[in-house]
Ligand binder design. Structure first.
Ligand SMILES: Nc1ncnc2c1ncn2[C@@H]1O[C@H](COP(=O)(O)OP(=O)(O)OP(=O)(O)O)[C@@H](O)[C@H]1O
Length: 617
């Protein structure tokens, strides 16, 4: 593979450019090494070097102080103003430096207001050198840092907010730290560009000589000989700094620490969630109003339905404009996320880069080390406390996220599809773990999921949403037993959703079969959609409807059968009994009329079976 790549024409093309860049430098170094008179004694050389080093350092410091916040804002902003500024900051890089000098004369020249205010000292002075260097070099930092900030996972900032950190602390603890390597590289290029700046400097501050101006003056006076020393100095400084920047320093040895004596969390007071949201993102509008009765809630819906948005609005991450939010009886609409004392486990399994598991757990503003030690043990993370995120498996990362959220004893934990990226056994294990915490610790949770089984396992109250609207909300048993519409039935994963026609007050014609239902007051002949859960389809029941087995799957703990009613639809049945049936066998099935839900097809409103309610057509 490597052998082939080395012969590719592209490799040769790249090699030629590298050679072109290298040869003049090698030629210079060879001449310089063999030269008797290298020009280090030329008067003014060391002063010029000092001016360049001082001015480049001042420039780089100024650019860092103003450019890093600018780059951070540019990375987060999408509007036309940000776009315009993004283009503007590249201009000094795109125009010839001499033109940059001319432009600057209009700002700080001796006859401008600013120039006169400073008594003409902004030109032909070190200040002038700094001004020229800053203008020309700033884009290197702003562009580099903007790219570095743009790669930061936005979930990290949200996690830090839910862990109690204010915006400025988040900037220093997350953004600056994660973007650090990119910013350092940008700053180095900025400083080197400032040292090498000639075009703008020569117009704005011919005196005192900076190293490049000094070199050009010597070149004009004496030709090549006197330029060897400054060239060697500039080359040497650049080579050393770039090489240092390229070195991968060995990771600092992480200090071993003794874990404190674990302390169990205090029993939590159950907290419910009350939402009245109306918000828009692009063309998507979310409108949702619900007051939960339970402290174990699941928000269930398909991809793109607005589940994460609902959860983030509940956490305060979308600002007070998203709508009204209450935790229990306490209004929190205007309270910033960092002051809400909640736990938030995002979908992305995001952990803080470069921090060990123990540091992740202690990242919250008021994290208690003893409690962290307890969660470390309880969530079976012992022995992993010194590991970095990339040294953890998906399930371990998920546990760390959960432990991090719990170490502050939050009043409410918001979980965004926390187990979706995990394989089945780990998912099962973590679901069990969360159920235990809900039961034993009284943990209040709001879980976002698209998995009806997960919602049923981890919540007492289900909110079914689609396309930014609440379709149904209520106690788990009620929602699962009585889906409000065929759409909810589909989202709940009920496979048996079919057409039929009301044949009498308590019968439904389905294919050639007539099944018993409670049709309420629906007139005979009404076209309906009806559904029944697989566990309510009893196979080989005495006196049931004749059917044929069309599929048979043993899924380990149970058998899933597909049984076709005579001339009618195939129904999915789930049974733990040993039915000894194979495909093609005849059987009889029984459907409990109370477990069948009907909806007239004209308006989709439910006719609740068993309740004998009448539904307007
Ligand atoms: N910043 C944004 N700008 C424009 N549209 C957005 C933005 N954020 C989300 N959306 C849109 O809002 C809708 C709801 O997004 P949300 O992330 O809440 O979906 P979800 O139900 O959590 O989906 P998933 O299960 O795939 O995570 C989606 O259609 C999404 O494309």
């Amino acid at each position: 593979m490597t052998h082939r790549a080395s012969r590719s024409p592209l490799t040769w093309l790249g090699g030629l450019l590298a050679l072109y860049l290298l040869v003049p430098i090698v030629a210079f170094v060879a001449r310089f090494a063999g030269s008797d008179e290298r020009g280090f004694h030329v008067p003014g050389l060391w002063d010029a070097l000092r001016v360049s080093l001082e001015s480049a350092t001042i420039s780089a410091a100024l650019i860092a102080a103003f450019g890093i916040p600018l780059a951070s804002w540019l990375a987060r902003s999408r509007g036309p103003v940000a776009k315009a500024i993004g283009v503007l900051v590249q201009l000094p890089l795109a125009i010839p430096p001499v033109m940059a000098g001319i432009v600057l004369i209009y700002l700080v020249g001796p006859y401008t207001t600013l120039g006169q205010f400073f008594g003409g000292r902004l030109t032909d002075s070190v200040a002038g050198v700094v001004i020229a260097q800053t203008f020309v070099s700033a884009p290197f930092l702003v562009i580099g840092a903007r790219e570095a900030f743009a790669t930061i996972d936005p979930a990290l900032d949200e996690i830090a907010a839910t862990l109690g950190h204010r915006p400025l602390a988040r900037f220093f603890l997350i953004s600056l730290r994660v973007a650090g390597p990119g910013i350092r590289a940008g700053l180095l290029l900025t400083w080197l560009r400032a040292i090498g700046e000639y075009g703008a400097t020569v117009l704005l501050a011919y005196h005192p000589y900076s190293l490049p101006v000094f070199t050009y003056v010597r070149f004009s006076d004496t030709g090549i000989p006197d330029t060897q020393a400054p060239t060697a100095l500039a080359l040497g400084i650049a080579a050393v700094l770039l090489a240092l920047n390229a070195v991968r320093w060995p990771a600092r040895l992480r200090r071993q620490h003794l874990l404190p004596e674990p302390r169990a969390p205090r029993p939590a007071t159950p907290t419910t969630l009350d939402l009245d949201l109306d918000l828009t993102a692009g063309s998507f509008r979310l409108r949702l109003s619900h007051r939960a009765a339970s402290h174990r809630v699941a928000i269930l819906g398909p991809s793109g339905s607005g589940k994460s948005m609902t959860l983030r609005a509940a956490a305060g991450l979308l600002g007070p404009g998203a709508g009204t939010v209450r935790y229990g009886d306490e209004p929190v609409t205007g309270v910033p996320t960092e002051a809400r004392h909640i736990g938030f486990v995002p979908q992305s399994l995001s952990l803080l880069p470069g921090r060990t598991v123990w540091q992740q757990l202690l990242f919250g503003t008021d994290a208690d080390p003893r409690l962290a030690a307890w969660w470390l043990r309880t969530l079976r993370l012992d022995g992993l406390d010194n590991r970095l995120p990339h040294q953890l498996s998906g399930g371990q990362r998920q546990r760390v996220s959960l432990a991090q959220a719990l170490t502050r004893e939050p009043r409410l934990v918001l979980l965004d599809e926390p187990f979706s990226a995990l394989d089945a056994p780990v998912r099962e294990e973590l679901r069990r773990e969360l159920r235990r915490l809900q039961r034993d610790m009284g943990l209040s949770t709001v879980l976002v999921t698209h998995d009806p089984e997960e919602a049923a396992l981890l919540a007492d109250e289900i909110l079914v949403i689609d396309d930014g609207r609440l379709l149904q909300a209520g106690p788990r048993a009620e929602v699962y037993a009585r889906p409000a519409s065929p759409q909810v039935a589909r989202l709940l994963g009920i496979p048996n959703l079919h057409r039929g026609t009301v044949a009498g007050p308590s019968t439904l014609s389905v294919g050639e079969a007539v099944i018993e239902v409670d049709a309420g007051e629906l007139p005979v002949g009404t076209d309906v959609l009806w559904c029944v859960r697989p566990e309510h389809v009893a196979v080989n029941a005495s006196g049931g409807y004749p059917a044929t087995v069309v599929d048979h799957a043993d899924v380990g703990t149970s058998v899933v059968l597909s049984v076709e009613l005579a001339g009618g639809p195939a129904l999915t049945a789930r049974s733990t009994a040993d039915l000894a049936l194979t495909v093609g066998d005849g059987c009889r099935i029984h459907l409990d009329p109370a477990a069948i839900t009907l909806w007239p097809r004209s308006d989709g409103a439910p006719v609740t079976a068993g309740a004998a309610s009448s539904t307007p057509l």
